[in-house]
Write a protein that binds this ligand. Structure first.
Ligand code: IVH
Length: 676
């Protein structure tokens, strides 16, 4: 009897491992997960539980063995039998033309086929598989001698512990890049900040710092990933003929390769690829610092050969750097719409991330303290994607002797009122509210912005001018402006004054969610404005609602509810709202028909991303008509997530929680099927 149980445990463990490996393969290699993360986690837990009962059945390559073993004293040195090479760099198109000419001449061809790949910004690693088992992982080091980081590499989920397929190569050495995805990097730094530990300057440093941890358990908790792109050695199976087939071969045996690599013909297609990837750069969830072109045919590669430590047949075409050094001229304080004092470093202009940058945010006083940045300092600044440029570190060696530590002001630099630290304990806020002209300016800028009342042509400079000369004191005053007075202002003519008046006219017709958003109530963004509008139906009801009623709205917690109540309790806000309505701002007040017997009765739905044929607002109205409760954030209680293009983190969260995800078509089909 006992024996039978053993046999079934052995089988069950084997089956679970195979299932987990198959899911890993779908997730990391095929880029097409078939189950939500929660299902995957459950399988892993089941396997762990079984292995706890039967420790004798634990094998090195079991998926449970990625949690990291005992810490090391130091890393052993590994000698790379086949050296790990570096790449020649090109920063201009001309250098690329030269490279192409050299390759064609070397191979004796008139036109050349290249494999074009993104250049992942991480660190190179070499993995050794013997009979399909991962036996060693080593860093590049100086190309000849690296460090043995096997225990750490084993904790990286996208590195298979075992290759797939019945006949794995006898020996395989594969090279690739270990990197940290941007989302994971941000989460790691948030955590480091909370723990009072050092922050990593960028994802590459974080990846390198993580892979070089002596304690594999630390590395296991770092969100590292891996793509492979080159062969070190291969025995026991025949070698592919070209880079394209090599990448397919990797993929077939279960090794993750980057999906945006592509074969291209000649230098024109290389350039087209470069432009395409440069544009896509900020949408990728990992950092790249250029693209790599490789002569695809291995025979051609042999003919072309090497220059010192780099192949002559490959070239990295670099993107504009995302980090540069420059000097801080002064540190200034900006006062935001809610009075927050934000320090900004005014910089010697520098070209970084493809644009010239002359300001970088320093976030808050704590961040200035952490960096110890001083006026006159030489700093590293970073602009990644569309993110606001920030100072990442100070080059202390270049600090001038007399540089003084920065003292954060305790008063508003614009109106002189006290600026105490707020309840969160980090941000100082000017206490003067709308008596402070900076706050007035910022609140009017917000009021006219695209997602608010969208007054086209009403720029920042114009608003500043009108507030400075005392002509306007609030958003409501905008509607008292006349064409003739606007035409007399700096940089204005009759035509732009007329356009502005008609833009103001047009902005009067709005929607309740937009109007609420435009008021700039603390912490009330677009989505919360929509939720408030649909929950309370009218502005009057919302303005009169109690804290309890506000908190009853999904996604509105005590802090937001308190902020909303305080906003409507302040007389000057009520005066501005009344004045705006007196000046003719209006919206459709027909209440959305709530259908208590609709298909979505009692269902909580979240909408994310851009839907193909309706706006989120329309989708929300429509869902409410079907009886749904539309909420802003995904939680365990969410029944459906309706996802359009660029769904962001809500989709990830929904998948992780096992929430059903619908696209617009599926949503409509569901309603149709229920109605039929
Ligand atoms: S090929 C024989 N391909 O860039 C060629 N390298 O600057 C060896 N890298 O050390 C490298 N993405 O760490 C290659 N698609 C890619 C790459 C890539 C990133 C890194 C790698 C290498 C460095 C050279």
């Amino acid at each position: 009897m006992a024996k039978k149980k053993n046999v079934s445990e052995v089988k069950r463990i084997k089956a679970l491992r195979e299932e987990i490996e198959a899911h890993n393969h779908h997730y990391y290699v095929l880029d097409a997960p078939v189950v939500p993360d929660s299902v995957f986690d459950k399988l892993l837990q089941d396997l762990q539980a079984l292995e706890e009962e039967r420790p004798d059945l634990i094998t090195e390559d079991s998926p449970t063995q990625r949690v990291g073993g005992a810490p090391l004293d130091r890393f052993e040195t590994v000698v790379h039998q086949v050296p790990m090479l570096s790449l020649q760099n090109a920063f201009s198109d001309d250098e690329l033309f030269d490279f192409d000419r050299r390759c064609r001449e070397g191979a004796g061809r008139t036109s050349m086929t290249y494999m074009a790949e993104p250049k992942i910004d991480g660190l190179a690693i070499s993995l050794r598989y013997e009979n399909g088992q991962l036996t060693r992982a080593a860093t590049r080091g100086d190309g000849r001698n690296g460090e043995d980081v096997t225990l750490n590499a084993r904790t990286i989920s996208s590195i298979p512990l075992r290759l797939v397929g019945k006949n794995p190569p006898r020996a395989l050495e594969v090279r690739g890049e270990v990197f940290m995805p941007v989302a994971g990097f941000n989460r790691l730094n948030d955590q480091q900040r909370i723990n009072g530990e050092k922050l990593y300057a960028n994802p590459r440093n974080a990846a390198a710092g993580s892979l070089r941890q002596l304690d594999p358990k630390v590395c296991a908790n770092r969100p590292l990933s891996f793509f492979c792109y080159a062969l070190g050695a291969l025995n026991g199976v025949s070698q592919p003929d070209n880079q394209n087939d090599l990448l397919d071969f990797f993929k077939n045996i279960g090794l993750p390769v980057n999906s945006i690599s592509r074969e291209v013909q000649g230098v024109d297609q290389c350039l087209a690829y470069y432009k395409e990837i440069l544009e896509a750069r900020s949408t990728l969830d990992y950092e790249i610092d250029g693209v790599v072109y490789k002569v695809s045919s291995f025979k051609d590669q042999e003919r072309i050969g090497f220059v010192s430590r780099a192949p002559r047949w490959a070239m990295a075409h670099k993107f504009p750097a995302q980090e540069e050094t420059t000097q801080v001229k002064v540190i200034e304080i900006q006062v935001g719409r809610s009075g927050a004092l934000t320090p900004v470093a005014r910089l010697e202009p520098v070209f970084v991330g493809g644009v010239t940058v002359s300001n970088a945010t320093l976030h808050n006083a704590a961040e200035i303290d952490r960096l110890d940045v001083r006026e006159g300092d030489t700093v590293v600044i970073r602009r990644a994607g569309d993110v606001i440029p920030e100072v990442v570190s100070v080059i202390k060696d270049r600090r001038k002797k007399n540089a003084k530590r920065y003292r954060f002001p305790e008063h508003c630099p614009v109106c002189g009122s006290e600026a105490p630290v707020d309840a969160g304990g980090i941000i100082r806020r000017c206490s003067a509210g709308l008596s402070c002209s900076a706050q007035v300016k910022e609140s009017i800028k917000h009021f006219v912005s695209r997602k608010a009342l969208d007054v086209e042509g009403m720029g920042s400079k114009l608003i500043e001018q009108l507030v400075d000369n005392g002509r306007i004191r609030s958003a409501a005053d905008l509607f008292t402006l006349t064409q003739s007075e606007l035409a007399k202002l700096d940089r204005m003519g009759e035509k732009s004054a007329a356009n502005l008046i008609s833009a103001l006219e047009k902005s009067r017709a709005t929607t309740l969610p937009r109007f609420l958003y435009s008021l700039g109530i603390p912490q009330v963004g677009e989505t919360t404005s929509e939720t408030l509008a649909s929950s309370f139906g009218s502005l009057e009801t919302l303005m009169k609602s109690s804290i309890d009623a506000l908190e009853a709205v999904s996604d509105v917690g005590p802090v937001v509810a308190g902020g909303i109540r305080r906003f409507f309790d302040q007389n000057h806000n009520v005066l501005i709202i009344n004045s705006l309505i007196k000046h003719g701002i209006f919206w459709d007040t027909t209440p959305t028909q709530f259908n208590p017997t609709g298909v979505f009765k009692d269902k909580t739905v979240v909408i994310t991303g851009t839907l193909p044929s309706m706006s989120r607002d329309q989708a929300r109205q429509w869902l409410i008509e079907q009886g749904a409760k539309v909420s802003a954030g995904v939680s365990k209680r969410t029944d459906y997530l309706v996802a359009g293009a660029d769904p962001g983190s809500k989709l990830e969260k929904a998948l992780a929680l096992g929430v059903e995800v619908l696209d617009e078509e599926q949503l409509k089909a569901l309603v149709r099927s229920e109605l039929a």
